[in-house]
Design a protein around this ligand. Sequence first.
Ligand code: MN
Length: 289
Amino acid sequence: MKNTRTIHSIIPPPPPHFVGDGFRVHNFFPSQVEGGMTKTDPFLLLDYGSPHVFEPSEHLRGVDVHPHRGFETVTFAFKGSVAHKDSSGGGGIISEGDIQWMTAGSGVLHEEFHTEEFARTGGEFHMAQLWVNLPAEHKMTKPKYQAIKHESIPRYHDSHCEVEVVSGSHGNVKGIASTFTDIDTLIVSLKSGGRFEHECPSSHTAIVLNIEGGAIISDKHDLPVHHCAVLANDGEVISIYAKEDTRLLVLVGKPLRESIVAAGPFVMNTREEIMQAYHDYSSGIFGTL
Ligand code: MN
């Protein structure tokens, strides 16, 4: 007999803030979760850009050049599009429905902006950025990108449910993204009256973000749109019922249980490694852009 996981907390969207001048986000964690990055291990941060209309602009909105080291950033463009450029000469566009899984590893220097086309037309922008920790042994891995196109994401279907399996697995469908540890990243579209169930070990961290619609989670808790649920570690099944047509981002990860020292754009295991990151950054090891 498998048990349904209960709820640790349901978090309403905190007041938004701007990252640069292009990303209007609600930070669900670490700021809104007691225990911070340790509670959501291996996930470090979730910035959610609920739908926001940007007026057409000559000026490109976004975040100027900044570094990262020691973790991965996963950017979801639900609506609107993001252009990125980095110090290795890489760059590209995250179009509507696409996902970018960037392994910062030993270090990247990058910028993130609205695309020129989006700036020109303006419109609704809806996105999320997740930070995934890297285990100590992979923190200094070579940086890489996985540019995941919407149409390339493997899908699980039944009569009332479609699951885009970005990483890990759901049912017999395997995800497309490679990860360093055990992580299920699922985008779930449920028809009104439909149910989604996902099995995972009770020790794994599980987080559900409602990006559209309305749902009941763990049989009895309301999960309104733009709310985020952190599940308790007390069962093997995540269970969600859709009160209307609903879309959810479901994140499940095996905790690393390593020490976390986070400072701005760097997340390492020790103070010394953070000092080294600042030193390497200021001495130009991350390259130029
Ligand atoms: Mn960044």
